[in-house]
Ligand binder design. Structure first.
Ligand code: LLP
Length: 452
């Protein structure tokens, strides 16, 4: 990304931490100038655990899981919430999902292995991926995952063969590409026709014709359909459009193939506030739009209401998560920008470099002060594009200050790397004044552990 392309008109906003609204984890507070989350002083925590450090507000996480469930179940009782593990996974998260009655989307062998290691019920796992390997498929079918979302005819044959070898019938969904152009970053649009994912609904009725192949395949049982139109979506009408297309497709399949499929998975994608001025739809707005769309479309096409799933990732975990860093170096380039270098960067948060993402930073030990300076928070890696925050307001920074970057709970840890031999940060869950390390910091030994 080009730093020059950033928003250089950004002005100090004079807001203090607590004025950042939706960006904050739910239990954020400021006492004596220090930022507290879950009743824990972030400055003290950074000192105890070292930085960079991922911190999750556990009460906020639990609250969002409950809100998602109740938002859907109160409007549409026959529904389920599937958490997209790609956004964030560790063993503690898997335990929380089980505790809160959420299903799990697993998109790779390691994600499934983590679920199984925690004793998570494989029947509640939905396996995704556009090129699942033979090994991943075999492990999943052997474990008895609830649904495999098939992405192609080649994969259909593979699953059918493996299930036959294992003497089981594997329940599957077909992933449909509904041709909806969601309004988001190009890299995370997935539902448009030009996509590597799924069976295209257009292209000479491709998806519809492939249903015949799925029905003819032994050892698999088609249970329903899936779509996922993209991520970080604010415009709910894209979900309505996708729901409508999917129900229409399902009704037609049921009618013309004489089936009674009754499961529909509309994927994830609900956007969140990364910046104080962002105004994403709420979980309730999302539930209202999708359930109403499904009901209306079912009424229109004469389809009984299917069991409905959605697969949120980001909207469950992004806001409860923050990253703490320590300022090591500062460099002021008059008339260009002020670089503030932290002890992490693109290794723990690649999203700014990859998507031009934007985050709100504060200084955790000056959290009651207004953010009167504009800075660029750069990392410690050997790349100019190694930035976490570009030209954003912050309190007056000094070497040794603890910086907190908000909304890093999704797609940061799971996309992290060890670039420049940087051990990955620990993960701490905070709640009711207690801090628990749930993933320890990576060590240099860990980095070398696989070298022979
Ligand atoms: N279901 C499927 C099949 C998906 O591919 C995804 C995300 C989700 C659900 C969850 O979507 P969410 O609710 O989180 O938007 N690394 C990118 C995001 C990639 C999303 C990939 N698929 C980022 O950091 O923005």
């Amino acid at each position: 990304m080009s730093l020059a392309a950033s928003d250089r008109s950004k002005q100090p906003d004079n807001r203090t931490t607590m004025e950042l609204g939706k960006v904050l984890p739910k239990t954020a507070e400021v006492h004596d100038g220090h930022l507290f989350i879950g009743g824990v002083d972030m400055v003290e925590l950074a000192k105890q655990q070292g930085t960079a450090l991922y911190v999750f507000d556990q009460a906020d996480l639990e609250d969002r899981m409950r809100t998602f469930r109740s938002a859907f179940e109160s409007r549409y009782p026959n529904s389920g919430i599937i958490f997209a593990s790609k956004a964030f996974q560790n063993k503690e998260m898997v335990r929380l999902l089980a505790q809160e009655g959420l299903y799990m989307d697993s998109s790779g062998g390691g994600e499934l292995a983590c679920a199984l290691a925690c004793g998570y019920d494989p029947k509640n796992v939905f396996l995704h991926g556009n090129n699942k390997t033979e090994r991943e498929l075999r492990e999943a079918i052997e474990a008895g995952v609830g649904r495999i979302i098939i992405d192609s005819r080649i994969e259909l044959a593979r699953i059918s063969r493996i299930a036959g070898e294992l003497g089981v019938v594997q329940p599957i969904y077909m992933r449909i590409t509904p041709g909806v152009e969601a309004d988001t970053h190009d890299y995370i649009i997935t539902g448009s026709e030009d996509s590597k994912f799924g069976f295209t609904i257009g292209m000479d009725d491709f998806a519809f014709r492939c249903v015949a192949d799925v029905l003819a395949a032994p050892h698999v049982e088609l249970k329903g359909f899936h779509c996922h139109i993209g991520s970080q979506i604010f415009d709910l009408s894209s979900f309505r459009e996708a729901a409508f297309i999917m129900v229409e497709f399902m009704a037609r399949v049921n009618r013309e193939y004489g089936l009674a499929l009754d499961e529909l998975d509309l994927g994830g994608g609900l956007g969140i506030a990364y910046k104080a001025e962002d105004n994403p739809p709420s979980i309730d707005d999302f539930a209202e739009m999708t359930t109403t769309a499904v009901r209306d479309a079912c009424a229109q096409f004469g389809l009984p209401l299917p069991r409905l799933y959605v697969e949120p990732g980001r909207s469950l975990v992004a806001n409860p998560g923050v990253t703490l860093y320590t300022i090591g170096i500062m460099k002021t380039l008059p008339d260009i920008r002020k670089y503030v270098a932290i002890d992490g960067g693109m290794s723990d948060n690649i999203r700014t470099a990859l998507y031009g993402a934007s985050y709100e930073p504060v200084i955790a030990n000056k959290a009651d002060q207004p953010r009167t300076e504009i800075i660029t928070l750069c990392g410690k890696h050997c790349e100019s594009g190694d930035v976490v925050v570009v030209d954003m307001p912050i309190q007056t920074p000094e070497v040794g200050d603890i910086v907190c970057v908000f909304c890093t709970g999704a797609y940061c840890y799971t996309m992290s790397s060890t670039y420049n031999g940087q051990p990955r940060p620990a993960i701490v869950f905070v709640k009711d004044g207690e801090a628990r390390v749930v993933t320890r910091r990576e060590t240099y030994e860990d980095l070398m552990a696989r070298d022979l």
